[in-house]
Design a protein around this ligand. Structure first.
Ligand code: AMP
Length: 477
């Protein structure tokens, strides 16, 4: 078994790792660390949870410390681009943690917070900057930052960058980087456009691919419950009240949906908090900290807000609404059963979501065991109370839903003024053949699902105007 001590890392790094209790590198660390130490470009196909942050942070810190020199004023020696503020914060924390015996400086640059402290942090030069693309573009425009001193460039979660419309700002940022540099590129998936971007940015890269092992998904006990859309909230409250649920992430499709669910749960006496981009940075950090500390049992999140957030010991994942793309289903349920543990994933499916279910079963080549809780009188009574608390939201067929509808009107106005780059070509996946599903415990016969509308074609995140500031379009949905 390879140990961290076998990888040629500097003593202060090994000391920090020992203090964290890490002795053995994860597969991506074992493969990537020697390559990055040798100065090569790297294409890493891996997602959060594989240990990819340390796979780049450790060798970068080693290289920076080995060739110590002051960063230029308003410049930095290493730039890490992250799609979301939460992930940027986590990456910076990792750099600080692993590098705590090295005396290197680390700063974060992201939107939604004041410029002043960021300018101050950058003024004297920093060793490592972790940034979201929009706010970094603003600093470059204002000349409060420049990229002349960048020796190592990391692009993390590239596929998510694409979904958020960050590819144009990334190309702009890359065009300002010095030609001589080391590039590290990480993505969980490799859609064509991301492969193209990698081809442009990387020089003769080594490639390391860590696919989420089938065993992770196998360890997750998956089930699905057919339920009327308007009765999902009481059903969720009922399931969350079970003592077996220690810590749960509940996925909703919209920010408003996340708020409504959280409000209902709190009123039902269940500790819950919603996390999304309409909350202030402080609110989100507090919600996440309470969840991590176990004070809050359920965190209600949208896909993007939850992405990259690393929380261990999640016992349950609930898909309050099914995701529009099957890959998200795998990402979502992968929030549980981390580090060899078992996990439970329960999905709710209203009649309108049946086609999404078919796509998921087709893509994951599995039949999810189903239960039927429709026509449950107790839930009907509870749903009536729930409606009084917060009137029901108009249900929109997910295939017709346009994520742009969720953009607050003020932001929409601003973005329209700025113009949008060309359309995205995502589609919602094929129409799976019907059939093959287990019927529910209660013997409820599924009515023929209303024929879902054809995929509307574009379910990617909203596009942002070239170089628009982070506040105009918040990267956390
Ligand atoms: P990441 O994929 O970078 O988000 O990392 C997932 C989690 O694994 C984080 O909580 C890390 O602190 C943790 N981790 C990373 N490397 C190791 C390791 N070699 N041994 C144990 N835990 C690790």
């Amino acid at each position: 078994m390879t140990q961290f001590t076998d990888l040629g890392l500097a003593k202060p790094l090994l000391k920090a790792l020992t203090e964290k209790g890490y002795t053995q590198p994860t597969p991506i660390q074992e493969q990537a660390i020697p390559l990055v130490l040798s100065g090569r470009d790297l294409l890493g196909i891996a997602q959060t949870g594989t240990g990819k942050t340390a796979a780049f942070a450790l060798p970068i810190l080693h290289r920076l410390a080995e060739d110590r020199k002051p960063a230029p004023r308003r410049g930095f020696r290493c730039l890490v681009l992250s799609p979301t503020r939460e992930l940027a914060t986590q990456i910076a924390e990792s750099f600080r943690d692993y590098g705590k015996h090295m005396g290197l400086t680390v700063a974060t640059i992201f939107g939604g917070v004041k410029y002043g402290p960021q300018m101050k942090a950058l003024a004297a030069g920093v060793d490592v900057v972790v940034a979201t693309p929009g706010r970094l573009m603003d600093h470059l425009g204002e000349k409060s930052a420049h990229l002349n001193g960048v020796e190592i460039f990391v692009l993390d979660e590239a596929d998510q960058m694409l979904d958020l419309g960050f590819v144009v700002p990334i190309r702009k940022i890359a065009s300002q980087l010095p030609k001589e540099r080391q590039n590290l590129f990480f993505s969980a998936t490799m859609p064509n456009e991301i492969g193209k971007l990698a081809g442009e940015l990387l020089k003769n890269p080594a490639q390391v691919a860590i696919t989420p092992s089938a065993t992770t998904v196998e360890r997750i006990n998956q089930s699905l419950i057919y339920i009327e859309a308007q009765r999902k909230r009481p059903l969720l409250a009922e399931l969350l009240a079970d003592k077996a649920v220690e810590r749960a992430i509940v996925f909703t499709r919209t920010k408003r949906g996340a708020d409504r669910v959280a409000k209902y749960l709190v009123a039902s006496g269940i500790e819950a908090a919603a996390i999304h981009g309409d909350k202030t940075q402080g609110q989100r950090e507090r919600a996440l900290a309470s969840f991590k500390a176990g004070h809050v049992k359920a965190m209600i999140a949208t896909d993007i807000a939850a992405r990259g957030i690393d929380v261990n010991d999640v016992s349950h994942v609930f898909n309050y609404e099914l995701p529009n793309v099957p890959e998200s289903y795998v990402h979502r349920i992968g929030r549980t059963a981390r580090k060899g543990k078992e996990g439970i994933a329960i999905s709710f499916c209203a009649d309108d979501e049946r086609n999404l279910l078919k796509d998921i079963q087709k893509a994951t080549r599995q039949v999810i065991p189903t239960f039927d809780r429709r026509n449950d009188k107790n839930l009907a009574a509870a749903a009536a109370v729930a409606d009084k608390l917060a009137p029901p939201e108009k249900y929109v067929d997910p295939r017709r839903a346009d994520p742009r509808n969720n953009v607050p009107s003020e932001l929409r106005k601003q973005r329209n003024r700025g113009g949008r780059p060309g359309g995205a070509g995502a589609n919602a996946g094929g129409q799976g053949k019907p059939g093959g599903q287990n019927r529910g415990r209660n013997g409820g016969q599924a009515q023929g699902a209303p024929a879902a509308a054809k995929p509307a074609g574009d379910f990617r995140g909203p596009k942002r105007a070239n170089g628009a500031a982070d506040q105009r379009w918040n990267p956390i949905d």
